[in-house]
Design a protein around this ligand. Structure first.
Ligand SMILES: *Cc1c(COP(=O)(O)O)cnc(C)c1O
Length: 457
């Protein structure tokens, strides 16, 4: 039992000279908690496993470790070397410099979020992004909520609760993360009227149902992350709008990714654009802020003022409203499109537009820097529920560690974590999605991990 008596009391430990530094950094209450936890563990370890009691320096180190573990942030930056531009698991779109600045400025102090600077009276937060959205897309007004799933739920709840909504069977999709069109409709208490078949839907399928009373909306949903091929057809959006309007029923288009630039310009197939849906007469268009728009997480509704004003009055609008940081960030992101500089300024468009030559040079630089690996042609993808099966040619640095899975795991422990992928037993790094100011960190983490892997052999 003599060893147990060597364990100091919490008070003794806290009073020791070495502890004063930690008290200064972490504050007294947390240090007391940490000291209690560590001394308790040491007592248990001694009693159960006869682990020797650490000396004083050892105790302080354990307390320090405990404090750091408790304070370690859970959400941390990572390097995306996967080649998936809008990687949902990695937080989708990285933000432009001026978007980050706008968010920081809004965060710093007070803002006129709901305050009218002209009248000195209460204002509304919904005006902040509305005008710029209208100017960019041709809509009457725009409205920003928390995310696009929220935008769709809110739209259906406000305009179709207890009423019927027509959706084509080919569009009853699940986009992942638990978002299924039929389930969202059920949540909004609207009644789904399915038309057509899984692979083929005709205009007369719409017309047959539209002739009935009590149809609140026609909803058209982007297929998002899946693709129908073979014997498949759907009517043109313009024709659906025409027949719906003939029966006085508004059309809502859930676009998902919501491109404002033409993806066809970058050798990809054409992703439907927000402006196009409005141009053919859709009454409302919903899309994400952090997919092909390239901004912070948000859901955006644009279209007819009368419908959006009804949406804004629904109680769910309060629950799904966006914060000042989002509004500042979305507005700054949209400004790049107005100034025709989206491709240069928004990281995701910059990545999509990157020339094959530039990627090749970067991959070669990496290989030279590391002194190992091989540069091979490969494929990057857009991701984020847009352009399924579409790929962009790229160049990739391929490494052949003895155990690819173990190497991937080691890379995830680098600071910042490096996320790569395995194909044919090779570990691949795609320069397309690595931000320029992360390259040095990538080299550093990659060389250290590679050296550690070699040392194991
Ligand atoms: C991604 C997507 C959504 C959901 O958008 P979030 O911004 O992730 O909530 C809804 N509908 C479609 C068609 C989508 O592709």
């Amino acid at each position: 039992m003599s060893e147990l008596s060597q364990i100091p009391s919490i008070d003794q430990l806290l009073k020791s000279r070495e502890m004063q530094n930690l008290l200064g950094i972490f504050g007294r209450p947390l240090c007391v908690e940490a000291a209690r936890a560590v001394l308790g563990d040491i007592r248990t370890e001694f009693i159960q496993r006869r682990n020797p009691v650490p000396d004083h320096a050892g105790l302080i180190a354990r307390v320090n470790q405990q404090l750091e573990a408790w304070l370690e942030p859970s959400l941390v930056p990572v390097i995306n070397a996967t080649g998936v531009v809008l990687h949902t698991n990695l937080g989708r779109a990285p933000l432009s410099q001026s978007t980050r600045l706008a968010i920081a400025q809004a965060a710093e102090g007070y803002t006129n979020l709901e305050f009218n600077l002209e009248t000195g009276k209460r204002g509304t937060r919904s005006i902040h992004a509305s005008q710029i959205l209208a100017r960019l897309t041709g809509a009457e007004i725009g409205f920003v909520v928390n995310n696009n799933a929220g935008a769709v739920l809110l739209t259906l709840s406000a305009l179709a609760s207890g009423r019927k909504v027509i959706v084509s069977r080919s569009q009853l999709v699940e986009i992942g993360g638990g978002f299924r069109i039929p389930d969202v409709m059920a949540q909004s208490s609207s009644e789904l009227v399915e038309i057509g078949t899984t692979n083929r839907v005709h205009l007369h399928d719409y017309e047959n149902v539209l002739q009935n009373e009590g149809i609140a909306l026609v909803m058209v949903a982007h297929h998002s992350n899946f693709k129908l091929i073979g014997f498949h057809s759907e009517p043109e959006l313009a024709d659906i709008v025409e027949v719906a309007h003939h029966y006085g029923v508004p059309v809502v288009h859930d676009l998902g990714s919501g491109a404002l630039l033409d993806t066809a310009k970058y050798g990809l197939s054409h992703e439907p654009m927000v402006q196009e849906s409005l141009a053919v007469g859709c009454d409302l268009v919903c899309f994400s802020g952090d997919k092909l728009l390239g901004g912070p997480q948000a859901g955006i509704i644009v279209g007819k003022a009368e419908l959006i004003q009804r949406i804004q009055k629904h109680p769910l609008a309060r629950a799904l409203r966006s914060g000042k940081l989002t509004l500042a960030g979305i507005t700054a992101t949209l400004a790049h499109y107005l100034k025709d500089e989206a491709e240069q300024e928004l990281p995701i468009w910059h990545m999509i537009a990157k020339s094959l030559d530039a990627i090749h040079t970067t991959a070669e630089n990496w290989r030279e820097h590391l002194g190992v690996g091989e540069v091979i042609p490969g494929r990057s993808t857009v991701g984020g529920g847009s352009l399924p099966t579409e790929e962009m040619p790229t160049y990739i640095l391929a490494l052949d560690p003895p155990d690819p899975d173990a190497f991937l795991c080691r890379l995830r422990k680098a600071q910042p974590a490096i996320i790569a992928r395995i194909e044919d037993d090779r570990v691949l790094f795609d320069p397309r999605t690595v931000l320029p100011d992360q390259e040095a960190a990538l080299w550093h983490g990659l060389s250290a991990s590679w050296a550690a892997e070699q040392a194991l052999e």
